[in-house]
Write a new protein. Structure first.
Length: 252
């Protein structure tokens, strides 16, 4: 039996509408789960930078989603910082997305506003491990193919690195993406960001140029990934400069 063109078009249109509605419903139903997974992945990386959960026999214990949430609530405090003075800001003044709370999303809003201009964000933030005073700073920069970022954790006086987590979602596997691997990140703990009482950046040098045992202010970059390594170098230097008023207050 032959169908008219109008019937065929109408039938195809109806099927498309039904499928689109079904897909949209599934997507909406999964959105909360997806958001929770992204948030917990962020929490896990920051927790790792501040050495939580503490390693057992050289390995960090795996945590379930609720375990991550509990550890975060028990151990981590996010503090808003005025970039001009380095003084803590009231959380209500740092709620840039207007959802009633100050969290990592507000820091993203602040950074997104100045991403193209390179200006200073209107707020900064630090993640503080409550029991040890370890301070984790979020840092953002540019690699070869796209954005790179990190959480670098320091001792309470912000003099030495205690842990790191790097992200390079668009960098080339085996090259720039190597900044996310343990071999690169293991160079950072113990490195110093103070010399003669002043803040100094940790330089990312050409491979094998950093005398790690005698130079506390450098790490080796990734072989074959000069631009990404330079991006990390610039990211750390710029971020420490942004946080300098806060750093000086902490060291007083």
């Amino acid at each position: 039996m032959a169908f008219s063109n109008g019937y065929t078009i109408g039938f195809a249109f109806t099927v498309c509408i039904i499928c689109s509605t079904a897909l949209a419903s599934v997507s909406m139903g999964l959105k909360e789960t997806q958001d929770d997974n992204r948030r917990r992945d962020l929490y896990k990386n920051i927790l790792s930078a501040v050495d939580l959960p503490e390693q057992v026999n050289g390995a960090r214990p795996a945590l379930s989603g609720p375990d991550i949430d509990k550890l975060w609530a028990d151990k981590i405090e996010l503090q808003a910082i005025d970039p001009a003075t380095g003084a803590p800001l009231d959380a209500s003044k740092a709620d840039l997305d207007g959802n009633g709370t100050f969290d990592f999303r507000d820091l993203k809003v602040a950074n997104d506003k100045v991403r193209k201009s390179g200006a200073t964000p209107e707020i900064l933030g630090v993640y503080i491990r409550k029991d040890t005073g370890t301070v984790a700073m979020p840092m953002v920069g540019k690699g070869l193919w796209g954005p790179i970022s990190a959480y670098i954790a320091f001792d309470p006086k912000i003099e030495k690195v205690v842990g790191t987590t790097f992200f390079a979602p668009k960098e080339t596997p085996g090259l720039g993406a190597e900044i996310t691997n343990p071999a690169f990140m293991s160079q950072w703990p113990g490195k110093s960001v103070v010399e003669g009482g002043k803040t100094t950046a940790i330089r990312v040098t050409k491979p094998a140029e950093c005398e790690e045992q005698t130079n506390p202010h450098c790490v080796d970059g990734v072989s074959g990934a000069t631009i990404t390594s330079r991006g990390v170098d610039q990211m750390v230097a710029k971020s420490l400069a942004l946080y300098e008023p806060y750093i000086q207050k902490v060291r007083q």
